[in-house]
Design a binder for this molecule. Sequence first.
Ligand SMILES: Nc1ncnc2c1ncn2[C@@H]1O[C@H](COP(=O)(O)OP(=O)(O)OP(=O)(O)O)[C@@H](O)[C@H]1O
Length: 300
Amino acid sequence: MSGYNSLLTLSGSEIWGYRLSQLVGSGSYGAVYRASSGSDTIAVKISCEEQDLAIEALTLQLFYYRNAVPKFHFCNKYGPYHTIGMELLSHDMDSIWQKVDWMAFERPTLIKFIYQALTCLEAVHALKIVHRDVKLSNFAITQPRTPGNQVSVRILDFGLSHVYADADGNLRDDSRSFDFSKMKYAAYDASLGCDPMPKDDICQLGYAVMYAAGFDFAQQLKLPADDLSNWKGELIRDPANNLPLSVKFMLPFFELVADLNDVVPIKYDLLKQRIQECLPEVDATCDSILSEENGKLTLT
Ligand SMILES: Nc1ncnc2c1ncn2[C@@H]1O[C@H](COP(=O)(O)OP(=O)(O)OP(=O)(O)O)[C@@H](O)[C@H]1O
């Protein structure tokens, strides 16, 4: 069995006193299991990528008291694998999206999601960390709280993240030398070969919202590299005429995203204000509600 496949068959194993009971998710590098010890239930991420997991563990620890990421429990080695124990979230946004009618979230859901996702990114950027892997499946919601099933958005997966500047603001290189221009869903500047910076996380959040709104982003990603990059460039040059129809109502937000650069500090409050302006009848600051009926999930 290949290294990666063996990551997917660890149900029943015991790690640091937690028994892995169910595979709840997997990505290119890791598998994530629900794990229990007595009444305590957490998520355990397992990967062969030592450095990425070490960076992720360090990052999660920095955010323990901020409600932006799953709370960190431990990191440890398990045979050939590296593991992180963390708060168990309920569903990632991509798997909820796959179950909604027409594979398109409704406007109120989109507005609340983007507001909370931006709040997560604000917390990440405040520590001079750039995430660099912003996509729908890297956001998840907390376990529903009672009464009312309220849930909040958290950002996941810091394997590609990087502390881009020191306390004095001097830029720091990443020795891992990733080539983000090859990443299909990279922001426009990164697709041209620039190092991804916080504004690019926000630009990628914009792509994630287009996808969540039902725009066929997967088809767009199949374009030849130059055409894809041109499309991303046009979105920034003239969002009013190039935004997909399903997110045109979010033009006030996308216009501000198009104006972001790496020099002027990002005004998160203004971005949030713009998000609220896109749909004034919905309070973007309210938590979302998760309901489940006959196996069908609804996030409102
Ligand atoms: N704390 C958690 N609680 C519940 N599910 C989680 C948690 N962390 C991750 N998951 C699930 O596991 C999936 C994969 O996790 P993650 O993105 O961290 O793995 P990865 O291998 O680094 O993925 P990628 O391919 O994006 O690099 C997520 O999309 C989500 O469904």
